[in-house]
Design a protein around this ligand. Structure first.
Ligand SMILES: [Zn+2]
Ligand SMILES: [Zn+2]
Length: 278
């Protein structure tokens, strides 16, 4: 059984390349917020993350949330909005079978409220801990609580409750069987944010594919095993774990076994990171 994966760009922000790649230039580069639309032959459409949404502008109008929008200027053209893109494909939010959330940074959850909360699967413990923080602290962690549906506690399901399975990947050997048929396997990628995880899809139209969330920001991090600029260490939940995760991903990629794509890779990087099918 093969899944079909399509990458939807849902807004972008701009930062100097040097921030995400220590050997990079100071010139600003666009970082798209990618959402992955996964078609499962039996279950239907599944999303990995939700990208930006107009809601991001609304909730960052006042301080301290405004600081987030100042540090990360976001561009979201109308045609790139997730619900608009899905509508063009004939899909309503209710038709999305599952929404898998890698972590709770605003660029991954801004669209959450557009979908039925009962279909969301995420790390609930991480969300609970973020909600306990004060508003200012939340903003410094890249978390905007207004983006989270009020009924999340009852409705969301937790990634920690799915059965554990072998992934067959040497450096990332265990995961969670999200759908019970080993077609989408969650893989813990700790360091970037508490509970951060990716998904491994053993059979897709792009070959074996690992969607890595924000475990890396530019293809060069994986291809050359080069870390982001040390200035980003404060952005990571646990920098030591982040480096270990990046190293494991880099080793996995360089084994030439699977394609690994991050949530902020542009078209060129997706091509560079796509492994030829064996
Ligand atoms: Zn993030
Ligand atoms: Zn991100």
């Amino acid at each position: 059984m093969k899944l079909t994966v399509e990458i939807l760009k849902v807004g972008h922000c701009s930062h100097p390349e040097k921030i995400v790649y220590a050997k990079g230039k100071m010139k600003a580069r666009k970082f798209p917020a990618n959402v992955f639309l996964i078609k499962h032959p039996g279950k239907g459409s599944i999303l990995f993350d939700t990208g930006y949404a107009n809601r991001f502008y609304e909730v960052t109008k006042k301080l301290p949330e405004k600081l987030y929008a100042i540090v990360t200027p976001v561009i979201l053209p109308e045609a790139e909005q997730l619900v608009v893109q899905l509508q063009k494909k004939g899909l309503t939010p209710e038709q999305i079978f599952k929404i898998i959330i890698s972590h709770f940074h605003a660029d991954h959850v801004a669209g959450l409220k557009d979908f039925p909360a009962k279909n969301v699967i995420c790390c609930k413990k991480s969300l609970q801990n973020l909600l306990k923080l004060g508003r200012f602290k939340q903003v410094t962690k890249g978390f905007l609580k207004e983006l989270i549906p009020k009924n999340w506690q009852e409705e969301f399901s937790c990634i920690s409750e799915v059965p554990i399975v072998d992934t067959g990947l040497k450096h990332l050997p265990v995961g969670g069987d999200i759908l019970g048929d080993k077609s989408i396997i969650s893989i813990a990628l700790p360091g970037h944010m508490e509970g951060h995880f990716g998904v491994f899809l053993p059979k897709t139209n792009m070959g074996p594919l690992l969607l890595a969330g924000d475990a890396f920001w530019t293809a060069k991090n994986l291809m050359e095993n080069v870390m982001p600029h040390s200035i980003t260490s404060f952005l990571q939940h646990d920098y030591k774990q982040y480096k270990e995760t990046l190293n494991k991903l880099s080793l996995t990629f360089n084994d030439k076994a699977i394609t690994i794509i991050g949530c902020h890779c542009d078209d060129e990087e997706v091509v560079a990171l796509t492994q030829p099918e064996l």
